[in-house]
Design a binder for this molecule. Structure first.
Ligand code: GTP
Length: 410
């Protein structure tokens, strides 16, 4: 793998982007296991008040910087610069092992434009780091619809130096053809690579060379100029979040373990009813009868096979075993949010759940029901166990303020 351009002592930075659920964490976990990834620092950023990803990402090298709460593109000129300054400072003081490369994983809702601008133009950052390419992941099955509906997804693709088409195993021929047509219009020059379950040689995607605005679609020049002007004037650049309804995040905590089948059926019905507005659902669940947590993942109406973790992660000093489910939605009425909370707070027992599943062959969570789990009776927990924390992307200043001081460099 090419590590540095000749005579350029700056640390290369790869920006890993892609819409919600495209497969970024999966790719990072596969890369982390590769020997070529030694000496890589990882910056991850997650949208939603309750971070799940940091529990799911294996550490790359020794260094992980977590940009919590908020979206890296909205807080970029603060948080990202601070995180890179902190990394540089710790390297200079030899407090952490040598770093040869940085990978920034943005949130699925991030606009990569200000991230790239910061890497190329912010004085402190550009003197010490260099942008080594934007990798954009795109879900082969859902990607064409996401490009039609989500401005963030369009910008991520337009900015790409490489496009990684994920989940080909779930896509039929017509989905692949639709993606090809959309990409030919949005970013014909970026090479496309198929990736299944995150499997790819790091040398094919890292060290792809300096970001070259000239080879990108014309609108990229305009976005970069807008970011430059906004930075000079101390204002916020126009962002894709402003183009439509705000994305919102709400988190549900479960004070008691859930009956697995009741939970699976309730979630399947929720995805059937609200799937296209539920951009992403991700959770660590405490399942009745199990001593370890189960990770559940959904993207729109697609539910992925759950994964059992070996143990509960420690949240700071406290060992918090409450289940937590993070929803990221767009254009979801508040009545629908209440309905989701109500359904999850009153889960059917396993017998009732299996009866309901028998009459719903198209339940998206059918693969969850096939998992071997202890059988439980009726769940007794109450709505009082819920905490819902809505976040709006529009509230950038609040998020920037709440994100301050939350970096952890471990
Ligand atoms: N079948 C299949 N599933 C995949 C593939 N890649 C990822 N997944 C699944 O897709 C789901 C979402 O993947 P993640 O890697 O968490 O996606 P992400 O882009 O990090 O998600 P956000 O951080 O929420 O934006 C997980 O359940 C993965 O196991 C693939 O190639 N094939």
């Amino acid at each position: 793998m090419a590590e540095r351009a000749p005579l350029d002592p700056r640390i290369p930075v790869t920006v890993l982007t892609g819409f919600l659920g495209a497969g970024k964490t999966t790719l990072l976990n596969r890369l982390a296991a590769h020997p070529d990834m030694a000496g890589t620092a990882l910056l991850i950023n997650e949208f939603g008040a309750v971070g799940i990803d940091q529990h799911l990402v294996q550490r790359v090298g020794e260094t992980m910087v977590l940009l919590e709460s908020g979206c890296v593109c909205c807080t970029v000129r603060g948080d990202l610069v601070e995180a890179l300054e902190a990394l540089h400072d710790k390297l200079a003081r030899r407090q952490i092992p040598e770093v040869h490369r940085v990978v920034i994983e943005t949130t699925g809702l991030a606009d990569p434009v200000p991230v790239v601008w910061t890497l190329m133009e912010q004085r402190f950052v550009a003197a010490r780091f260099r942008c080594d390419g934007v990798l954009t992941l795109l879900d082969t099955r859902l990607g064409a619809d996401q490009l039609d509906r989500q401005e963030e997804a369009r910008r991520q693709v337009a900015m790409a130096d490489r496009i990684l088409l994920t989940k080909a195993d779930l896509a039929d021929r017509s989905a692949r053809e639709r993606i090809d047509t959309r990409l030919a219009a949005l970013n014909p020059s970026a090479p496309r690579l198929a990736v299944s379950h995150g499997e790819i040689e790091p040398g094919r995607i890292l060290g792809v060379g300096l970001y070259a605005p000239g080879s990108r679609p014309a609108e990229v020049e305009r976005w970069m100029a807008e970011t430059e002007a906004a930075t000079r004037e101390g204002t916020t650049p126009p962002s894709p979040h402003g183009a439509g309804p705000a994305a919102e995040s709400f988190t549900c905590f479960f004070d008691r373990p859930v009956p697995w089948r009741g939970f699976a059926v309730a979630m399947g019905e929720i995805l059937n009813d609200y799937g296209t507005r539920l951009l992403r659902v991700k959770g660590l669940m405490n399942v009745a009868g199990l001593g370890a947590p189960v990770v559940v993942q959904c993207v729109e109406h697609v539910a992925y096979p759950p994964v059992r973790l070996p143990r509960w992660p420690a949240d700071g000093k406290r060992f918090d075993m409450r289940g937590r489910l993070v929803f990221i939605s767009r254009d979801l009425p508040s009545a629908a949010m209440d309905d989701i909370r109500r359904r999850l707070a009153d889960l059917p027992d396993d017998t009732a759940a299996l009866r309901a599943a028998a009459t719903a062959p198209l339940l998206p969570t059918r693969c969850w029901l096939g998992m071997r789990m202890p059988t439980q009776g009726r769940s007794t927990f109450e709505t009082g166990g819920w905490h819902v924390q809505p976040l709006k992307l529009g509230a950038r200043r609040d998020m920037a303020a709440s994100a301050k001081g939350t970096h952890s460099l471990s």
